[in-house]
Design a protein around this ligand. Structure first.
Ligand code: SF4
Length: 267
């Protein structure tokens, strides 16, 4: 059976279980509300890519989902191999900043839309696949507003590492809770969708629960960076109940099983 016959007759590319990737995307991505539609469009894009030797260009949103697939590398590899018989590599997708490169990129995207219409007998949905004239503009628009906030909640830390970029130590003061709340409110107003609480050591604050509560009230996606030494089971349970970080269980495993004796760095 030729590749084209396989692609036409098989439905694995459409039916393969990608729910793990999609549910993670739904929680983590600022475009999570479109997770189901983007899964389908990414499947279609990859199917088209398998069918042609030309390099196709995904829309911004499809590319977002494709990134999520690639982060889940083992599932993505199995999906490609079972659906298409080979691995489809992700290219950078960013044209070099010359007029010719941008023109070629726009043309490749236009050809992708035409190929989509030809193969699926439908126009690609415009809310996911914008007109070629808007493809790059939408990419640039994403960088015109803040997207993610790294918030230093304190200069205090239970450690005093030589390499510490913030020169934190246990003699430093904590930042004012009202100021942290004001920054979070401003971030929300500007449309920030991800907040990372960092320090120093955020868990060394006596009011760390209030900091997390305020962050969670402000933003759907809250992460934190810790050296782990103050991260007790009780705190983990509280954080899990507050849905602070979905991967806390994994993190607990990393700290308490993989590194049972010491954990030096923040990262
Ligand atoms: S654990 Fe992190 S914040 Fe604390 S002193 Fe070390 S590098 Fe700095």
């Amino acid at each position: 059976m030729t590749l084209n016959q396989h692609l036409t007759s098989s439905t694995i590319w459409r039916d393969y279980d990608l729910s793990e990737i999609t549910e993670r995307f739904r929680v983590k991505s600022p475009f999570g509300s479109k997770a189901g539609e983007l899964e389908l469009e990414a499947r279609r894009f990859l199917w088209l890519s398998a069918k042609t030797k030309k390099e196709l260009v995904p829309s911004e949103l499809v590319d977002e989902y494709w990134h999520a697939m690639i982060l889940n590398t083992a599932t993505y590899r199995r999906y490609c191999e079972q659906s298409f018989g080979f691995f489809i590599e992700h290219s950078s997708g960013i044209p070099r900043s010359t007029d010719e490169a941008f023109a070629a990129y726009r043309e490749a995207y236009r050809e992708t839309l035409e190929f989509y219409e030809l193969e699926f007998h439908n126009l690609p949905p415009a809310e996911i696949w914008p007109h070629p004239d808007r493809r790059l503009e939408e990419r640039l628009a994403r960088y015109k507003k803040p997207y993610r906030l790294h918030l230093e909640t304190t200069n205090h830390c239970n450690l005093r590492c030589e390499h510490c970029y913030s020169e934190s130590s246990n003699t430093e003061a904590h930042h004012d809770l009202h100021l942290i709340a004001a920054v979070l409110d401003e971030a929300k107003r500007l449309g920030v969708s991800k907040v990372t609480l960092t320090g120093g050591e955020v868990l060394s604050r006596p009011d760390w629960k209030e900091v997390f509560t305020k962050a969670l009230d402000t933003c759907d996606n809250v992460y934190f960076i810790t050296n782990g030494l103050l991260l007790t089971r009780k705190k983990l349970e509280w954080l899990t109940r507050q849905r602070a970080v979905r991967s806390l269980k994994k993190m607990e495993t990393n700290i308490f099983q993989a590194y049972p004796y010491r954990y030096w760095s923040c990262y």
